[in-house]
Write a protein that binds this ligand. Structure first.
Ligand code: PMV
Length: 319
């Protein structure tokens, strides 16, 4: 039996603009997906559960209860198994990460499964090989879509700056509060919406992208020097620019304003593609509990995360 785990991620700054080549900054978080593989002669079985497994549908023909979130999980795991031509296995997934929320749950699952299989099959893939292979697999499931940021963060951990290439950054851990709207988002359609706006208003959207890229660059020394008040201010500016691009929603903005209104957030912004999913808030020192309460009162699912955490790791190798 072999287990591996990999972290989810948040995008701190730069989403959407990065699609057109400016810099984005992301960090691995301390919520993880854990994947265990063990021999099961003659069968391939996938078992899954996550933080929010709550949607069930009943197949009236077979009488089988199917969770739509579990279907989402198994699509990624099947792609990894196929890529390794792996058979006669039971794969068990346990994830702290809500699906399709912008926290990188599919990348974490693909990377953890790839690492567990590499160990189980005695292939000894390096982290770099795991990251490259996982990115290719995630993209194939998502029909060609998917920046390398999620799989790279799930593999290497820490912080990454992404533009034309991926640059690891040595920065201290940060604590933030995530507010999840409980609405899954569709990265593909949000990206298409923003890119369409860009082609219709290049003179307006171009400068917005430039400003977002500049924020990503300015944020790096602020994190390094722990200048949190200024970092929070940049989060607020970045959120406003994302709003201008049309990827905010009422629910996301309610969480952002609830966080700021609680007086305990130094800054707050949506994270990821928008159109649902999550926002992040930077708590003032000692302000995390009040911030979580404010986000819950605004009907969000709220939890603290550490940013800059460890990448993929083997949890055990009992076989
Ligand atoms: O929704 P997420 O967390 O997968 O973030 C997407 C980030 C975008 O910049 C909108 C798209 C991309 O591929 O970088």
């Amino acid at each position: 039996m072999t287990s591996a785990s990999a972290p989810g991620k948040v995008i701190l700054f730069g989403e959407h603009a990065v699609v057109s080549g400016t810099a984005a900054l992301g960090g691995a978080i301390d919520l993880r997906a854990r994947v265990t593989v063990q021999d099961l002669p003659g069968r391939i079985l996938i078992d899954a559960c996550d933080l929010c497994l709550k949607k069930f549908s009943l197949d009236l023909i077979t009488g089988q209860v199917v969770s739509s979130d579990a279907v989402h999980f198994t699509r990624y795991v099947s792609a990894v198994l196929k890529d390794f031509d792996a058979q006669d296995l039971r794969v068990e997934i346990k994830s702290d990460l809500p699906m399709a929320s912008g926290l990188g749950s599919s990348a974490a699952i693909v990377v953890a499964t790839t690492a567990a299989l590499s160990q189980h099959l005695g292939l000894g893939l390096s982290k770099k090989e795991i990251a490259e292979r996982s990115h290719r697999i995630e993209k194939s499931v998502q029909h060609g879509l998917g920046s390398p940021m999620d799989t790279a963060l799930a593999s290497f951990g820490g912080y990454l700056q992404v533009s034309d290439d991926i640059l690891p950054l040595d920065l201290p851990e940060l604590e933030m509060i995530v507010g999840y709207t409980k609405q899954p988002h569709d990265t593909r359609s949000e990206v298409a919406k923003v890119q369409s706006m860009r082609s219709r208003y290049p003179d307006l959207v171009g400068p917005i992208f430039q400003a977002i890229g500049a924020i990503s660059g300015r944020a790096v020394p602020l994190i390094r020097e722990q200048r949190l008040a200024s970092l929070g201010e940049l989060m607020n500016v970045n959120h406003g620019l994302l709003e201008a691009l049309g990827v905010g929603t009422r629910e996301l903005c309610e969480l952002v304003y609830a966080a700021r209104g609680a007086g305990q957030a130094l800054g707050a912004k949506l994270t990821g593609a928008g159109g649902g999913g999550c926002m992040i808030a930077l708590p003032a020192p000692g302000g995390s509990a009040a911030l979580i309460t404010a986000l819950k009162q605004a009907r969000g699912l709220a939890f603290p995360v550490k940013i800059g955490c460890e990448g993929v790791r083997l949890e055990s190798d009992l076989g």
